[in-house]
Design a protein around this ligand. Structure first.
Ligand SMILES: C[S@@+](CC[C@H](N)C(=O)[O-])C[C@H]1O[C@@H](n2cnc3c(N)ncnc32)[C@H](O)[C@@H]1O
Ligand code: SF4
Length: 438
C-alpha cells in the first residue's frame, strides 16, 4: 500500500515547511509530513508516525500502481492552500433588519453544540490557519458561548480574532450580551479582549443619514463613531466594514477620509493604512435577501450573462476565507446559502469534509465550469431579468443547481425545477408571500 497527503495533511505540511506560526508543533509527525510532501507518496511501513498520520486523516492510501502526476496535480490544486481565515457564523439571529441584509431569508439558528464547533475549528488550527472572525446575525448579542470558543481558538495559536457587529452595545449601560450581564460597553469590550478577541469590526453603510436609515436605527452611526476610541482604550483594534453602493461620486472616499483617523490616530496616512489593512472590509452591495427587494432595473441581464463570469473560483480555490455556517455547513460563499454543499460538521467530521471537498457536487459545478448549464433553468419570472451584482446571480444559480442535484431533478422536469426556483427565491428574498416576484 502507498500513502499520500490528504488536503488537510498537505496544508499542514506546507505550514510546517514554511515555518508558519500558529500551530502546536508535533515532533516526529511534522517531520514525517514534510518528508512526504517532498516525496509525493511513500510505501506503508506501519510505523508509529504513519499510523498516527492515518488516524488523524492527514494521509490516505492511494491506488497502485501510483499515478504520480495525479498526486502532484492534487497537491497543486489543494482547495485549502490559500485559505488564511475562518469565518464562524455563530448565529443568524439579529436585533436589526437592515434594508440591505443578505441573510434576511435564512432561517434563524444559533449554534448550541459548542463541542462540535470547537472540534471543527481545531482542524483549522492543525493547518495553522491564522485568522478567525465571528459573525452573524449579531453574534455579540445572541451568540451564547462564542466568547469561550474565541478563547479556545486563541489558545491554539490564532493570530487574530475579530468580531463583526452593528455596534448596538456602544453607549449602553447595564445590558445583557450573549448570556452575560455587563455594567457598560467598556466592561463588555474588556471581556472581549480577555477572551482573546483582537479586532472589533463595525459596519457602516454610508454617511450618517444613509447608515441610520439603512439600519432602521436612528443615532447608530454617531454611537459607532463615538465608540471607536473606547475600543482602542480597551486595547482592541477598531475596524470598519463599509458598504459601497451607488451613491454620489467620492462618497465612499470621503467616508474613509473621515473615519480612518478614528481607527489609526490623527497621523498622516490614516487613509492609506485603512486601504492596506485587510482587517477592514469594503463590500459592494449584493442584491440578495432584503437587498433583493432593492433591485432596480439596471445591472446584468440574466439572458446575456457571460458563462465565464458565472463560474467562481472561490468555490474550488477559496481565498481568503472559508465559512462555518450557523447550521453547521462548511461554506465557500457568505451570501444566503450560496456556498453550502461540501458537508455539515454536525453529520461528518470536519477533517473528512475538508479532505473530500473535490468530491462535492458544488465544487465540481464551478471547477468544471458546469454552472452555466443551470442558468437557463433560473426563472426570470421569479428572479427578475437583471441583477445588480454578479454574486447574487452566482448564488441563486448555484442554489438551484445544488437543490436539483440533491433531489435528483432532471433539467426536463419543468414542474420540479419551478418548485426549486421558488424554494430558492424564498431564501434569497426574491419571493413575496404569494410567490410572486417583488
Ligand atoms: C450579515 S452582517 C453580520 C454582522 C453584523 N450584524 C453587522 O451588520 O455588522 C455582515 C456584513 O455583511 C454586510 N452585508 C449584509 N448584507 C449585505 C449585502 N446585501 N451586500 C453587501 N454587504 C452586506 C453587512 O453590512 C455587514 O458588514
Ligand atoms: S446586516 Fe448585520 S445588523 Fe443588519 S440585519 Fe444583517 S445581520 Fe443584522
Amino acid at each position: 500500500m502507498q500513502l499520500a497527503l490528504t488536503n488537510v495533511g498537505h496544508r499542514r505540511a506546507l505550514a510546517v515547511d514554511r515555518k508558519e506560526p500558529g500551530r502546536a508543533p508535533l515532533p516526529g509527525l511534522d517531520e514525517a509530513l514534510v518528508a512526504l510532501l517532498g516525496r509525493g507518496h511513500e510505501p506503508w511501513q506501519g510505523s508509529r508516525a504513519q499510523r498516527d498520520l492515518m488516524a488523524r486523516a492527514w494521509v490516505e492510501a492511494v491506488e497502485e500502481p501510483v499515478d504520480e502526476a495525479a498526486i502532484a496535480l492534487r497537491y497543486r490544486r489543494n482547495p485549502l492552500e490559500n485559505v488564511i481565515k475562518v469565518v464562524v457564523e455563530f448565529t443568524t439571529c439579529c436585533n436589526l433588519s437592515c434594508e440591505h441584509c443578505y441573510n434576511a431569508g435564512v432561517g434563524l439558528r444559533t449554534e448550541n453544540d459548542l463541542a462540535a464547533l470547537d472540534a471543527a475549528t481545531a482542524v483549522f488550527a492543525d493547518m495553522a490557519i491564522p485568522n478567525y472572525s465571528f459573525t452573524g446575525g449579531e453574534v455579540s448579542k445572541f451568540g451564547s458561548g462564542w466568547l469561550g470558543l474565541a478563547r479556545s481558538i486563541r489558545a491554539r495559536g490564532a493570530q487574530t480574532i475579530s468580531v463583526l457587529s452593528n455596534g448596538w452595545f456602544l453607549g449602553e449601560k447595564d445590558f445583557e450580551a450573549a448570556g452575560r450581564r455587563y455594567r457598560d460597553d467598556r466592561a463588555y469590550l474588556d471581556d472581549l479582549r480577555d477572551h482573546g478577541v483582537s479586532h472589533v469590526v463595525f459596519s457602516i453603510d454610508g454617511p450618517e443619514a444613509v447608515h441610520d436609515r439603512s439600519r432602521g436605527s436612528p443615532g447608530l452611526y454617531a454611537r459607532v463613531v463615538g465608540g471607536l476610541g473606547r475600543v482602542r482604550e480597551a486595547s482592541l483594534e477598531p475596524r470598519l466594514s463599509l458598504l459601497a453602493r451607488s451613491g454620489p461620486k467620492d462618497e465612499l472616499a470621503r467616508l474613509v477620509l473621515d473615519l480612518a483617523p478614528l481607527l489609526y490616530g490623527q497621523s498622516d496616512g490614516a487613509m492609506e493604512r485603512f486601504c492596506a489593512d485587510e482587517t477592514n472590509i469594503v463590500s459592494n452591495f449584493i442584491d440578495i435577501g432584503n437587498g433583493a427587494r432593492k433591485g432596480g432595473g439596471i445591472g446584468y441581464s440574466l439572458d446575456a450573462f457571460p458563462a465565464e463570469i458565472l463560474r467562481c473560483k472561490a468555490f474550488y480555490r477559496p481565498y481568503p476565507h472559508l465559512t462555518l455556517k450557523a447550521n453547521g455547513e462548511l461554506s465557500t460563499c457568505r451570501i444566503a446559502q450560496g456556498g453550502e454543499g461540501y458537508g455539515n460538521f454536525h453529520l461528518r467530521p470536519m477533517v473528512d469534509i475538508l479532505n473530500h471537498m473535490q468530491d462535492a457536487f458544488i465544487y465540481r459545478l464551478h471547477a468544471e465550469g458546469r454552472i452555466a448549464d443551470y442558468l437557463p433553468l433560473v426563472d426570470p419570472e421569479v428572479f427578475g431579468t437583471t441583477c445588480i451584482h454578479p454574486c447574487s446571480l452566482r448564488a441563486f444559480t448555484t442554489m438551484v443547481a445544488q437543490r436539483m442535484h440533491e433531489a435528483g431533478v432532471e433539467a426536463g422536469d419543468g414542474e420540479a425545477v419551478a418548485r426549486i426556483n421558488r424554494e430558492v427565491a424564498a431564501i434569497t428574498g426574491h419571493l413575496k408571500d404569494g410567490g410572486h416576484r417583488v
